[in-house]
Ligand binder design. Structure first.
Ligand SMILES: [Fe+2]
Ligand SMILES: [Fe+2]
Length: 192
C-alpha cells in the first residue's frame, strides 16, 4: 500500500515532467476540499485524499493514448464526450497503480458529470473538483459559498446547472447524465 505522500509525489513528478504544474496545484486544491468535506460528511479521509490525488492523473495525453487505456466498452461514449476520457483513464490508473477500492474507482471515474445515486465519496470528489480554492469563476465561487454553508445537494445542483448552461451557450450538447443529475439533485435539494 502506497502512502498518501508517495501518491502525491508520484502525481507531482508527473506534472513537473509534463510542464502542467498548474494542474497539480488544482489537484492539491481538490485534495484539500475533499478532506474538509470528508470530515464534515463522515467519509474515510484517506479514501477522499486518494481519489482527489488521482482524479486528474491523465489530462493532457493525446486522445488516442487515452483511448487505449480505457475499457473498450466505454469507447463510444468517450468519442461522443471526449472530456470523459481523462476521468475514465485516471480511474484505470488508480486500479493499475494504487488499489482496488470500488468506491475510490467510481469517484474518480464519475468526477466529470456525476451520476445518479452516487456514494458520499463520489459526491465529495465531484463537488470538490468544481469548488476547490483555485477555481475563480464566479459560478465556482458561488457554489463554494453554498457548499461551505453546508448545502451539499444544492451545490451539486447549481454546479451541474452552471455547466449545462455553459455548454448550451457554446452550442455544445450536454451529456444526458448531466440532465439526469440536475433533476435528481433538484429533488434532493428540496428534501434537504
Ligand atoms: Fe477532471
Ligand atoms: Fe479536476
Amino acid at each position: 500500500m502506497q502512502s498518501l505522500d508517495q501518491i502525491r509525489k508520484r502525481v507531482q513528478d508527473k506534472y513537473e515532467k509534463n510542464g502542467h504544474l498548474d494542474r497539480f496545484t488544482h489537484i492539491l486544491g481538490v485534495e484539500k476540499m475533499a478532506l474538509y468535506l470528508a470530515g464534515k460528511y463522515h467519509v474515510d479521509p484517506v479514501k477522499a485524499q486518494i481519489a482527489a490525488l488521482m482524479h486528474d492523473y491523465y489530462k493532457y495525453e493525446p486522445e488516442e493514448e487515452l483511448m487505449r487505456l480505457i475499457d473498450p466498452a466505454d469507447a463510444e461514449e468517450c468519442r461522443k464526450f471526449p472530456v470523459l476520457l481523462h476521468s475514465y483513464a485516471s480511474a484505470e490508473a488508480y486500479l493499475e497503480m494504487i488499489g482496488h477500492d470500488e468506491d475510490i474507482y467510481q469517484a474518480i471515474r464519475n468526477h466529470v458529470f456525476g451520476r445518479l445515486q452516487m456514494s458520499k465519496l463520489e459526491e465529495i470528489i465531484l463537488i470538490a473538483d468544481y469548488t476547490e480554492e483555485g477555481r475563480t469563476y464566479p459560478s465556482c465561487i458561488e457554489c463554494r459559498k453554498i457548499l461551505l454553508e453546508g448545502k451539499l445537494y444544492q451545490a451539486i445542483y447549481r454546479s451541474t446547472l452552471f455547466t449545462i448552461e455553459f455548454l448550451e451557450k457554446k452550442h455544445l450538447i450536454p451529456h444526458p447524465l448531466q440532465y439526469a443529475v440536475l433533476e435528481y439533485y433538484r429533488n434532493k435539494e428540496e428534501e434537504q
